[in-house]
Design a binder for this molecule. Structure first.
Ligand SMILES: C[S@@+](CC[C@H](N)C(=O)[O-])C[C@H]1O[C@@H](n2cnc3c(N)ncnc32)[C@H](O)[C@@H]1O
Length: 298
């Protein structure tokens, strides 16, 4: 494979210089951002800090620090793979950040990036009364990102983390153990609600697959590294959402809420279910297409 000129060894790279160099290379290669980082600079910083073993809390104070040639070589190696193979960075570093948690990820799970993170951090206020929350269900939990963040946000709650993918559940279990949350998070194999028959929840939350057939064909190459089961959802992208809407009422307590991300399948949802009284929370960190429905309105 041809070596890229920007990855040629630069003997005395400092952290800051390496970030600038990597950011330029990522921009020039026109890779797609959006798997946990917002732009070239953000992604370059994560790459360099990861390889150098620096915590992000050091921020710019680490920029003058010189890098060992071995570290520079490793940065270059990962940068090259990121560009040549279009692998999302979290699959190269095996880490992703979500709602303040550091998670292990690999290609068995979608890279966590749901804007639901922000709602969890606000404990779904004002639609949910945090101190009353005892049971939460996360449908399509993948790495466990949302389920584990909920377990942190609601210390008195038990969370069921459900997914149809056995490989994804292995990753979820690993994350639950890493975060010491395995006592309060049950990792369940479930086709939507099949594994939770008879249970009722205060909150059902889901970032299900919601990409329609036509859109699947237009996704940037980075998405091909993610499990198709985590993305594709029938012709109009609504297969999963239909199943969740059909089963949610009988699995929610009367005061419960349903929170679902539908991304840009929002328009298709509004056509298919025009009469539901959706609440579309404004999400400051960006991202859209997350609705809240009260159990009584389902
Ligand atoms: C978009 S990913 C979201 C993963 C994770 N919740 C997140 O936000 O990062 C959707 C997840 O739904 C799971 N899934 C797909 N079909 C399912 C089904 N019928 N029942 C349960 N989970 C399903 C996939 O395996 C995948 O992990």
């Amino acid at each position: 494979m041809r070596r890229l000129s920007h990855t040629a060894a630069t003997p005395a790279d400092s952290v800051g210089q390496a970030i600038v160099r990597c950011a330029r290379a990522l921009s020039a290669a026109r890779v797609y951002f959006g798997h946990g980082t917002a732009d070239a600079r953000d992604e370059a910083a994560e790459l360099v800090f990861f390889v150098a073993g620096l915590p992000h809390s050091r921020g710019a104070s680490a920029y003058e620090q010189p890098l060992k040639p071995r570290t520079t070589a490793r940065i270059n190696q990962l940068l090259q793979r990121r560009i040549d193979e279009r692998v999302p960075l979290p699959y190269l570093t095996h880490r992703a950040f979500f709602a303040g948690l550091e998670l292990y990820v690999d290609e068995r799970v979608l890279v966590p990036r749901s804007p639901i993170a922000e709602l969890v951090m606000h404990r779904f206020a004002p639609w949910s009364q945090a101190r009353r929350v005892r049971r939460v269900l996360d449908i399509g939990t993948g790495s466990g990102a949302i389920a584990l963040a909920c377990a942190k946000a609601f210390p008195r709650a038990h969370v069921d983390a459900a997914d149809i993918s056995t490989p994804a559940l292995q990753v979820c279990r690993r994350n639950a153990r890493r975060l010491g949350l395995q006592q309060r998070v049950s990792v369940l194999h479930s086709d939507y609600f099949s594994g939770v028959t008879g249970r009722r929840y205060d909150i059902i939350v889901s970032n299900p697959p919601y990409v329609g057939r036509a859109e699947m064909r237009t996704l940037p190459p980075e998405y091909r590294h993610e499990p198709k089961l985590g993305l594709a959802s029938g012709r109009d992208g609504l297969d999963s959402v239909r199943a969740i809407l059909a089963g949610a009422r009988s699995h929610l307590v009367d005061e419960g809420i349903l929170v679902v991300e539908v991304g840009n399948s929002e328009a298709a949802l509004l056509r298919a279910y025009p009469h539901l009284p959706y609440i579309w929370p404004r999400i400051a960190m960006g991202g859209e297409g997350v609705f809240v429905l009260k159990a009584r309105d389902l």
